[in-house]
Design a protein around this ligand. Sequence first.
Ligand SMILES: Nc1ncnc2c1ncn2[C@@H]1O[C@H](COP(=O)(O)OP(=O)(O)OP(=O)(O)O)[C@@H](O)[C@H]1O
Length: 272
Amino acid sequence: MTTPLLEIHNVTMRFGGIVANRNVSFSVERGAVTALIGPNGAGKTTMFNCITGFYRASEGEIVLNGRDGPLDIGTLITKPVTGGSHLVTRAGIARTFQNIRLFKDMSVVENLLVAQHLVTANNLLSGVFRTPSFHRAEREAVDRAYHWLREMNLADDANRLAGELPYGRQRRLEIARAMCTGPTLICLDEPAAGLNPSETRELSEVIQRLCTEHDQSVLVIEHDMALVMRISQHIVVLDHGEVISDGTPEHVANDPAVVAAYLGVSEEEVEA
Ligand SMILES: Nc1ncnc2c1ncn2[C@@H]1O[C@H](COP(=O)(O)OP(=O)(O)OP(=O)(O)O)[C@@H](O)[C@H]1O
């Protein structure tokens, strides 16, 4: 059996007296879509913020078994002087946000070029002297940008301002931007929020293609259950900060604990 890409071991996250995540453990497999679901306030975004290095978990461990071997996320973000969430991006975890965060006054393709500067190896001197390696890196960045624009059905929008795109396209642009950094794991925070049914259908097709055609590992938080059931191979359910179910979509959909959590009743009432 291969090691999971991401392992979350007994993670607890406290904000003062509030426990947003309690003893959470689950894994994210390679080349598959894992969904993190649960009612409002269940602790999904907090978990995402711990995984992507925005928060340091109060207890427990998050290990990325990526291209550089096992890496502890908590250790990366608290490294003296150089530590921070940018190291998590460099280690291979990219994310999108619940509220779209694009550079709205830049063109679509410029948004993708800016994102790549974080992960390209060029320094100030190679830029000033326009060395061959600088030109090569620039060419590769443009090629990569157009590649992901085509994959996200956005090629015709390359020179439009990002802020002028319809909402569904902005969502796909955010995914393209994250993919341009060459992530090992892409984390999508409520990608279907605010989309109409046809935009949601197109989104679900592009997420599925990330796995089937690019062997990309995806972790997604989403409230749209039809979308979650269609695109996921693995679902983890949180309620009141704790994992209450973990398995295939079929297992989770038939789990009385999950039905009870969504209906706001006890498990016994569901089974009765
Ligand atoms: N920065 C914070 N400070 C204090 N409490 C917080 C903070 N962030 C989250 N919480 C609390 O932690 C709990 C879990 O919140 P979280 O946003 O992770 O849930 P969620 O499952 O993502 O909810 P939603 O589906 O509504 O986005 C909530 O009770 C919330 O009020």
